[in-house]
Design a protein around this ligand. Sequence first.
Ligand code: ZN
Length: 250
Amino acid sequence: MPLYRSTAIVLRRRQFEETDKLLVLYGREQGKFSAIAKGARRAQSRLVGATEPLVYARLQLATGRNLDIITEATPRHTFAGLRTSASKIEYALYLAELTEALVDERQASEELFDLLLSSLYLLENRSCEETVGRRFEMQALDLTGYSPELSRCVVCRAVRPPERPASYSPAHGGILCNRCSTGQQEILAGPSGVLEGMRCLLTLPAHEIDSFSLSAPDQRSLRRILRAHISYHLERDLKSVKAIERDEED
Ligand SMILES: [Zn+2]
């Protein structure tokens, strides 16, 4: 069987045979793919430490007929610090689930890989979980082509005057001008501070995460708009959202 190497993050562990693990991985060079870690459910397996959810690992794999098989796995970073806090681990699992949902199999994106990895490091080392989550959502949506339209009305294409508040329509995936929002269902208020916040998050570098702040009402609006936008595009709610919603209640 041909062998290849991968630098990957474990997105999820799926149920499989009694002693094996079936993993959904996100590889820097491979994108999303599944692979089996044989015997990795046994405590003494040499694969055990590198095949847990959220571990960043170097892998060697053998190309299988249906699924590839992990032959070697070395953890580069296990993100043990995430596991010390319920909200950190819940956000991290949410980012992993969102990544899995946004991408197709074997479509590599080094930028998305680096965004996920840097976001996991931020969650582990900083205390601004919600900002890390919102930044990841904005940038991951942008990298996968699902970015919300923020500068023009999605119906009539009129450019939004920068100082004017706008309405966001989940059904249209972007903002509506005053004229087009009349009579529409499911409009979320988007005060101009929220739209500016969304733009800022789109380009915010990881090392400047602490410089980002929004008022509590803007933070709530931002959360609702992004949640509605993501559910609209995925046509479902992610399982891990419930856990982070508990942390976000205020
Ligand atoms: Zn319009």
